[in-house]
Ligand binder design. Sequence first.
Ligand code: GDP
Ligand code: MG
Ligand code: K
Length: 298
Amino acid sequence: MESKFKSGFISIIGRPNVGKSTFLNRVIGQKIAIMSDKPQTTRNKVQGVLTQDTSQMIFIDTPGMHKPKHKLGDFMMKVAKNTMKEVDVIMFMVNATEPIGSGDKMIMELLEGNQTPVFLVINKIDEVHPDELFGIIDSYKNEYKFAEIVPISALQGNNIDRLLSTIESYLPEGPQYYPADQVTDHPERFIISELIREKVLHVTREEIPHSIAVVIEQIRKEEGKELINVSATIVVERDSQKGIVIGKRGALLKDIGTKARQDIEMLLGSKVFLELWVKVQKDWRNKSNQLRDYGFRD
Ligand code: GDP
Ligand code: MG
Ligand code: K
């Protein structure tokens, strides 16, 4: 039997400087760490999306997990704990060249009792002798029961493929949430999708339940022209909803497009060509709880 497409969310946690950004940049294949300079538009930032033939992995940041415990408010603790429940895999990254620190212990304490599989990812193995690795592994094993332990070098690329295929084996069957060419979640994308979603809800009134999502497929500036091309897909759950959103002879979709385009032009300060598609995705709602926390809303 043909195996089904898998998708899921992976939270990367660990002390500063263990190599989280280096890992993401290597996996996603381009510099995306600049994301951390931007203001947070959502609680949990999508840091990178890796789309392969058989799966899509969405790496997210868990705010509050990188700070020492005494600075964490109850709220941040709750956020961190909830996030860890909602993801499919937690990657706890540590530095092979340093002994377990209080920051590491704090994180493992927070993880205690969690049902989500936790991977211990020991990074920077290029800097230690292979024989030392056993001692390092044992020291962490004494502290926590990890689902998997994977030594890597994010810098040199050692064992990254194995880590990715092991993560994939833990992911549930699921849809491709992001277009294959999208590697990160620009704040602009999020705002634009919200503007379109707002117009859909406005124009369709009560007929469309709030279980729709808007996926931005592309934002592209026309070379040499003052024009930005935006294409987006409105995801609905049922064929009947698709009909409602499109309207008689496409009238409603046109209205949505005109209103959204005006707002997007204001946002981007440029002329915009907006292309809208409507797609039915039946299993959309099952995942909507999880997705709400990643910038989508139902
Ligand atoms: P983050 O704070 O966890 O995001 O850590 P960074 O990705 O910014 O990395 C911190 C430092 O560790 C940088 O100087 C990286 O070049 C270095 N680094 C990251 N991964 C490795 C690795 O696998 N081996 C070695 N030797 N250095 C690494
Ligand atoms: Mg970093
Ligand atoms: K970071």
